[in-house]
Design a protein around this ligand. Structure first.
Ligand SMILES: [Fe+2]
Ligand SMILES: [Fe+2]
Length: 158
């Protein structure tokens, strides 16, 4: 990948992080019902981790001489543009798990594309990927899914 392609990819990943922050904080404020306090805390704590990811990506983009995006809408390749606004906690968690599965696919692909070209960036992406897998597992556990993500299914995904 060229330096410009790496900057663009990191900005795409940053857009997915900013989008996830919006969705999780929205869920944090709006969740109601039986599991209210637990799910509210989980949404908030995962949103804070995504903020850290967005910041790590911005620092690297700066180091490469690029401009970190400030709004996910600046990235046209984003698959979704509207945060999930489910009224029930199950709907929220399903939408959140989908985001995390998308993040796992996106980071896996970015790691493959960078290859050995930039070990520092690769290490950062790998560290983030591990946390996205944990997030998928957390949301999946709440939904009662035995295996929230299966790497075999994700292989070769875009
Ligand atoms: Fe993230
Ligand atoms: Fe995540």
């Amino acid at each position: 990948m060229t330096k410009q392609e790496i900057i663009e990819r990191l900005n795409y990943l940053r857009a997915t992080e900013l989008f996830a922050i919006q969705q999780y904080m929205n869920h944090h404020y709006r969740v109601k019902g039986m599991d209210f306090s637990d799910i509210r805390d989980i949404e908030r704590s995962i949103a804070l981790v995504e903020m850290k990811h967005a910041e790590m990506l911005a620092e690297r983009i700066n180091m490469l001489g690029g401009n970190p995006i400030t709004n996910p809408a600046q990235v046209s390749q984003l698959k979704t543009s509207q945060v999930n606004t489910s009224e029930d906690s199950r709907g929220m968690l399903m939408a959140d798990l989908e985001l995390e599965r998308g993040a796992i696919r996106d980071y896996t692909k970015a790691i493959q594309d960078i290859g050995d070209g930039d070990p520092g960036i690769r290490k950062m992406l790998e560290d983030i990927l591990i946390q996205e897998e944990e997030h998928a597992d957390t949301f999946g556990t709440w939904l009662g899914e035995k295996q929230a993500y299966a790497i075999g299914e994700l292989k070769g995904a875009a």
